[in-house]
Design a protein around this ligand. Structure first.
Ligand SMILES: Nc1ncnc2c1ncn2[C@@H]1O[C@H](COP(=O)(O)OP(=O)(O)OP(=O)(O)O)[C@@H](O)[C@H]1O
Ligand SMILES: [Mg+2]
Length: 464
């Protein structure tokens, strides 16, 4: 796929075909030609073409007829109609049936080349990862936060590997930022303006995964009505990202190994070898080496993927990043919700620092979003934290060292404990006072009084 793209010319006039062919070849395209509608349709079915130049008046089947077929079988292929004279009527009809553009004979070479380039650029852009582009638009480069030493090491590795085409394996627990790291590698690589194509291998059935990755030729299976490109071709000159690589089945593993080694593959049912220039990134939250030992993952593929590994440490091993991440997400969700003034209370911060974050950064992100959405005042207190984090806190409070209680009266201390225990019970019973009273083994009326005296705002929380 070294050419700028492949163009199919369908025209019954030989000299038109030849002059177009020469023009396009000189400009770096690979060109196929057909003199009849039938021949043209066959070529479209058998080989992938990036763009079609189609004569509107062909002998036998008309050009508009062929156009219909192209738009039905491979709607993403742009078509330029060639008309003999400037007839806005036929042009209108062609555009109604999906032609991207038309030229009239005699055409202007420069204009035609420009039009082709624009159409190809546009259709390439379409396949680019929409998500990444949206993220880039919104936040600039993907935002990787981390001041801790382990994260600094991750940044160093990213900067080292980004310029190369080396395969990278990103390993880390769920929610540690594997996909974000992959996007950052791509976005800071020379491939940044080419597609980033994520593939969630875990969620796809085997045969679908194969045809999704490698494409298929017409007739490869019952529903394959036209030749289709796979993600590997779409990622050409860009980056492909295999999420959950540990879940890929044995057959696909073999094919992947071949692509990584040879940078080439065949479409499903095809005989033609296709070469691509794709950078491969993979992520896993499983121990691939263990999967190798259990014969669930090919050892040679493991070594191919494992050229460079970026281990992402779980959040509990880099707690000094927590305040920075909280800050980052407070800004993000503050902006989104029109609440730029929010901050966490010192107790809430303490609890979040003490918490283990089994869901890692994703859990922290969700926690901040929830608190921002539920907030009424500018300070986000313990009451806005989800149960596992706030419960952690009450345990911490119960085991509070005596020293920190110094200077407080017995009344204040017992009241603080009482408030926390009632809050715990309320949280666990989803703010139902009846249920909380049962848990605390006190009458409902007593709980009502205490809630009032301790100024626990049950009504607002219930609504939340
Ligand atoms: N260091 C970080 N700085 C800022 N945001 C982060 C960081 N790490 C992760 N995130 C954010 O946390 C969320 C989860 O990250 P991501 O999806 O990359 O994790 P993952 O490791 O791929 O998770 P999973 O294994 O569940 O697929 C995303 O919204 C991501 O933007
Ligand atoms: Mg992920």
């Amino acid at each position: 796929m070294s050419s700028k793209g492949s163009v199919l010319i369908i025209d019954d006039e030989q000299d038109v075909r030849e002059s177009l062919e020469q023009l396009l070849k000189l400009d770096g395209y690979s060109v196929a030609t057909a003199g009849t509608a039938e021949e043209g349709c066959k070529k479209i079915e058998d080989q992938v073409c990036d763009l079609v130049l189609l004569d509107i008046s062909l002998p036998g089947r008309s050009g508009l007829d062929v156009l219909q077929q192209i738009k039905r079988d491979s709607p993403e292929t742009p078509v330029i109609m060639i008309t003999a004279y400037d007839s806005s009527q036929t042009a209108f009809q062609a555009s109604k049936q999906g032609a991207e553009s038309y030229i009239t004979k005699p055409w202007d070479n420069e204009k035609l080349l420009l039009e082709i380039r624009n159409l190809l650029d546009r259709s390439r852009l379409r396949v680019e990862n929409v998500q990444l582009r949206r993220a880039l638009k919104k936040f600039g480069l993907p935002n990787l936060i981390g001041k801790s030493e382990p994260m600094q090491k991750v940044f160093d590795l990213i900067t080292q590997v980004a310029p190369s085409r080396a395969t990278v394996l990103i390993q880390g627990e769920s929610g540690t930022g594997k996909e974000l790291v992959a996007k950052t590698i791509h976005a800071t690589s020379p491939r940044a303006d080419r597609p980033f194509v994520p593939v969630n291998t875990g969620s796809m059935p085997v045969d679908l995964l194969d045809s999704t990755l490698f494409g298929h030729v017409k007739g490869a299976f019952t529903s394959a009505v036209a030749t289709k490109r796979g993600l590997f071709e779409l990622a050409d000159q860009g980056t492909i990202f295999f999420d959950e690589i540990g879940t890929v089945g044995p057959e696909t593993q073999t094919k992947l190994l071949r692509v990584i080694q040879e940078r080439e593959f065949m479409r499903l049912g095809g005989t033609e070898t296709i070469r691509v220039d794709v950078r491969i990134l993979a992520a896993t939250n499983e121990d691939l080496r263990r999967l190798v030992q259990e014969n669930k993952f090919r050892e040679d593929l493991y070594y191919r993927l494992n050229v460079i590994t970026i281990p992402l440490p779980p959040l509990r091993e880099r707690k000094e990043d927590i305040p920075h991440l909280l800050d980052h997400f407070l800004k993000k969700f503050g902006r989104e919700n029109g609440r730029p003034d929010l901050r966490f209370s010192p107790e809430a911060l303490k609890l979040m620092m003490a918490y283990d974050w089994p869901g890692n950064v994703r859990e922290l992100e969700n926690t901040v979003e929830r608190a921002v959405v539920l907030a009424s005042g500018p300070e986000l207190g313990v009451d806005l934290l989800p149960e596992p984090i706030s419960r952690n806190g009450s345990n911490a409070l119960r085991s509070l060292p005596l020293a920190s209680l110094e200077g407080r009266s017995l009344f204040e201390i017992t009241e603080a404990y009482e408030r926390q225990l009632i809050l715990d019970a309320l949280v666990e019973s989803h703010w139902s006072q009846t249920e909380a009273a049962e848990r605390l083994k006190i009458p409902l009326s007593t709980l009502n009084q205490k809630v009032k005296r301790l100024q626990i705002d049950v009504k607002r929380r219930r609504q939340a």
